[in-house]
Structure formats: C-alpha cells, structure tokens
Design a protein around this ligand. Sequence first.
Ligand code: SF4
Length: 441
Amino acid sequence: MVAAALRESGHDVSVVDHHTRTTSLPAIVADAKGRRPDLLLLMHSDYNRLIGAHVLDRVARALKEALPGVPVWGYGRLDAAHARRAAEKVPSLDGMLFDEPEFAAVALAEDRARGGSLTQVPGSVVRTDNGVVVHRPDAVELDAAPVPAWDLVPPAAYETSPHQSMDGVVWPVLASRGCPYPCFFCEIQMRPAYRTRSVDAVIAEFVEVHRRYGATNFFLADPTFAIEREWAMEFCRRLAAEGPPEIRWACMGRTDRVDAELLRAMVDAGCWNILFGIESLNPLALEAANKKLDPTTIGPAIRSAREVGLEVVASIMIGLPGDTPEGVDRTVSQLIAMEPDFAQFFVVQLGSDTIPEGGACVSEWDGSRYDFWGHVYVPDGFDGRDQLLALRRRAFRRFYLRPWYVAHRLGRVARSGSPMMQLRRTARGGLIALKLATGRA
Ligand code: SF4
C-alpha cells in the first residue's frame, strides 16, 4: 500500500522483502546501493518489537554508512505513543512514519523531492537536537488509499496456513483497519483507531485485483470482519451482484458479531471460511482478558456458520489470566463438542508494555521457539512456561488426533468437488497439526 501510494504520486519505487531473498547484511546493503535510492523506508515489524529493533537498527546503520546523505526512515501502522517508542528503540533511523503510513510516506517523499528538511511531516516521529518530536497525522480518508502494488512483490512467496486457504495465491484485502475491542493481549492495542473503507472502495479493489492478476482467492484480512453489521450486509449483497465471478474469500470475526442471516449473505458472496477469535470458553478468562465476549454466543455462531456451509476455524489462547490448567482442558472439551472444522491454540505472549496483574512474563523474546516474538506470559494459576507448552501440545493432540475427526476430514475430502486439491491441503495441514501435537513445531 505504501509503495502503491508513492508510485501513484509520481515516484519510482522498488520493494525488497529480504525475508524472501537473503538475511545477509552485506547483500542487503549492496542491493540497496545498486538501486541508487533518494529515500529508504524500512518497515517496522510488529512481531519483532525488541529483537526486531536491534536488527532494524543494525540494518539502518549499515544503510546510512553505505548511502551517506540518503534519509533512512521506518514506518508502521502504529499510534503516536508506539511510534515514538519504536523510534527510540531504533536510534539509527532518521524518523518513523506512523498512523496510516502510506499518506505520511507520500508527504515525506514530496518534502524530500523539494529539498525540504523532513522535520515537519504530518504523521511522523522525527529526531531533532532537542530530542524526539511527534508530528500529529493529518485526517486521512481511507478511500483515497490505492490498490496495493502487488506487482512489486512476489505474492506466490507468501503462504497462508492451510486451515484458512485453498491452493494457490491468496490475495489479501483490507476493508477496515484496526479493531475497537480492548483485548489486552492483542497487538491491535498499538495501532490507531478502528477505521472502515466504503463498500464501493472495497468492491473496486476486489474487481481491480481480479482484473490485474486474475485473482480468485481472497482473504479479507480485517482483524474483525462485520464490526458494523449493516456495512457487512451491504458489502455481501453488492459483492455477490457486482464482484468478479467465481471468487472465494475467507475472513476473521467474532461470534457475537454474526447471525444466521449475515452468515448466509457471506456465503452467497463467496465466503467459504471464517476464523472466530474465541480465546477461551472459561468466562473468568474471557473477562480477565478484556475480550468483552459473551461465551453463550460461541456455540450458536459455530453451528450457524457450519449450517450455511462455512468452514469454521476456532482460535484459542492458552494461559490467559484467570484461567487454570483444568480450565484449559475444559475449554478444549467444550470446543470439541461444538465441532468447528479446525482449531488453533496459542500460548499467550506479550510485548511486555502492559503486563496484567496476576501473572508474570517469562522467557526470552524468542519467536523462533514459540508462536510469535514476545515474552511468554504465565498467569498465577499455572506452574510455568513448560506447563503451558505441554497444555498446548495436548490441546492439538486432543483436537486433531481423534479417529472420528480424521475419518470425518477424509470423508469431506472425498465428497468435495476438488478432491486432489483438498487432499493436498489436508496433508499439509495434517502434517502441521501432527508436529504441533508432538512438540516438533
Ligand atoms: S477482537 Fe480480535 S482483533 Fe479485536 S482486539 Fe480482540 S483479539 Fe484483537
């Protein structure tokens, strides 16, 4: 989106995702020098907040040494406080763009092209002799955001988990950004307020991505689809009538934001899979997590979604404050009885900015061994990290290694309209579930 905004305002842009190419710093620096840039923007990764800051700082320092006079900035969809913190943790950056960064990036590039000082850009945190200064963002109109420049990255290099995707490239679309809920563990808490685009703009993006790339397989990547029911109903009706033919899409939502009529409209518009962020079936844990979710909505929503033909993924957190090992086991038993198609289980990890009472953060900030980068949070009701990880393995075993479940999934493969594709998907997902159940992933 940032690249597309810069390109549409007349700049030459290249995007390099080094995760898909190399992790060698000399190679990254040589690549940047070869492109002879006037401005370098480094993306701030939410999942690498501490270790990532060290890495980002090393990369920024090396780029500045190799390209003297070229401003090196960071950017991320962060609120002002978290953008300031990110800028402080990466002292080699000249500044950090925040809020909806595609708008701030255009303002920065235009100031650079004019030979400006880059010290007054709206939506930026900039380093001055007097310390770090925050410039508030201008009001933005999300409908003015461009269609992402997917031609500048290799979309096929990005895999989506098989429980949320079919074969082939999945094209993400954002109908809204952020989420209005206050769940304490969610990285959304670092971001600007919840904002939606118009139905017109979102449908136009589906049509345009289909036209440019032949895309048929989409992921509505909003953290929570259908926050506004009327918007969601109109979107579904219009997508069914005006959207590209034969498209399919998956999304994420809350069980208290859907009903049978809306779910039916989603299916009619091509939706085939929904992930419900449930987190726990223990009311005490939901309450302590600030999830603001009525647990009595969970069973009916899963049932309604399955009745209209949607695949349902349930997402569960292990180690919420207020929960216990017995509570986790009960959640898994109740979930199994509700029969979602798939489940995912995460051990709670936090960026340690706000640690809830009744627990402590343990472990290094190490995403290579756990689910995300962060500190494992251990509530008082649990013995420690190893117990949480054992409960997680057990949850995967109990959910996925049931003979009835395995037979049921194979039956679904055989009855599906595309058994070979479903077989590949099931094999890939089955292998991942097996590794998680046995602690090898
Ligand atoms: S409802 Fe989901 S996306 Fe929204 S804050 Fe909670 S966990 Fe995050």
